[in-house]
Design a protein around this ligand. Structure first.
Ligand code: THG
Length: 367
């Protein structure tokens, strides 16, 4: 890929490349370093040590002003009134049909000020349109904020050494304001892995290398390494990726995100009627976990049909990886409702590589 000026540059990009980032993805028109050495090596390191991840592509959409809460409530079925200042909530954003526009982490910075820490889709323009159309008294824009994730079991020790022992007390999905490397940041206990850690929201992109170097230097005694959202770890942990596992064609019930929505919340929101209707009728399909038989498979670059026992197409695979923990291929698939019962046998057609698979619950361990 050509890293032209048109692809926005992360303040950590130079460090990522110096440390051997070899494959990138595109995310919110920015590069996202994905692979150092290999997914497998990086996975093993992440499970034992601590990593710095350049996730500056998780852009922030700021909503600020007297109508900020009303607007934020309007675009999500999650109950934002329950989000305290200093707290984060994972919340799908949905259009009037219930289609998922994005699945950000929402940070409440003040009573009337929010950041949507977005996945890969154009949220800012959509929210600006709604704000203008409804005549809301808010400002919606993308501030200069670049998250750096510190992930892995030694993240707490590293953060305590760099910032102070009080960071050990940050609760899961809460954040604090700090000054690090002479620059203001927010530090949240969050991140796209199940191995624990923090996300540091840098608020001045000219200071990225200083921030990286500080954690890198102190992190030497914890065997710090470069890292990235890891395909193996995230599927094992059950984290869904917008664009792959859900799109604007998916509603949050189908996407198995029920625990992150409150259909009966008090505030007005755009997709209420759509979700009430899905709840009444029952969803027609659902995102499930699959174990796929056999050896490792080629990476996915297209939809792989899921077939029922009589050969009819009943869905498609959305993500898959060879799991080092379960020593089999694990996958998410969107499957028609009659076939989602755990234990159901299905067939996967991976571009001619035909495999048998079994539906699991949303946990890998139980059947
Ligand atoms: N960090 C930040 N922004 C992001 C992501 C991130 N934006 C895009 C994408 N990742 C959003 N996806 C998720 C999905 C799940 C979680 C975090 C980001 C997650 N969920 C917890 C859980 O399921 O247990 C807690 C959810 C809650 O309590 O609200 O961690 O990684 N900045």
């Amino acid at each position: 890929m050509i890293l032209s000026r048109r692809l926005r540059k992360s303040p950590y990009e130079k460090r990522a490349i110096e440390n051997g980032a070899s494959f990138f993805s595109l995310y919110n028109k920015m590069t996202l370093p994905m692979v150092y050495e290999s997914y497998e090596k990086s996975y093993e390191h992440l499970c034992k040590h601590v990593q710095l991840w350049d996730v500056a592509c998780q852009r922030q959409v700021e909503i600020v002003g007297p109508d900020a809460l009303r607007l934020t409530e309007l675009i999500t079925p999650r109950d934002i009134s329950k989000c305290a200042v200093g707290q984060c909530l994972y919340a799908p954003l949905c259009d009037e049909y219930g289609g998922i526009i994005n699945d950000p982490i929402i940070l409440r910075l003040a009573e009337d000020r929010f950041w949507l820490s977005i996945a890969d889709s154009d949220v800012c323009l959509w929210v600006k349109g709604i704000a203008y159309g409804r005549g809301f008294d808010v400002k919606v824009f993308e501030p200069d904020v670049s998250p750096l994730a510190i992930q892995g079991p030694k993240a707490d020790d590293l953060m305590a050494d760099v910032v102070g022992a009080h960071t050990r007390d940050i609760r899961f999905f809460w954040f604090i304001d700090e000054t690090v490397a002479g620059t203001p940041v927010k530090i949240a206990r969050s991140g796209w892995s199940g191995k624990g850690g923090f996300e540091v929201y840098l608020q001045d992109s000219s200071r990225g290398e200083e921030l990286w170097d500080l954690f890198w230097g102190v992190g030497q005694k914890y065997n710090v390494g470069p890292g990235a959202p890891n395909l193996i770890e995230r599927i094992e942990t059950g984290l869904k990726s917008y664009g792959a596992d859900m799109t604007i064609d998916t509603n949050p019930i189908e996407a198995a995100l029920e625990c992150y929505i409150d259909i009966d919340k008090e505030a007005e929101y755009m997709c209420r009627d759509a979700l009430v209707s899905v709840r009444e009728k029952g969803e027609s399909r659902r995102l499930v976990n699959l174990f796929i038989d056999g050896e490792d498979m080629a990476p996915m670059r297209s939809d792989w049909p899921v077939l029922s026992e009589n050969g009819a197409k009943v869905g498609f695979v959305t993500s898959k990886v060879w799991s080092l923990k379960y020593e089999t291929n694990i996958a998410f698939a969107m499957i028609d409702a009659p076939h989602i019962r755990p234990g159901t046998r299905v067939t996967i057609d991976a571009e001619g590589d035909v495999r048998s698979a079994v539906v699991r619950t949303d946990r890998w361990e139980s059947t």
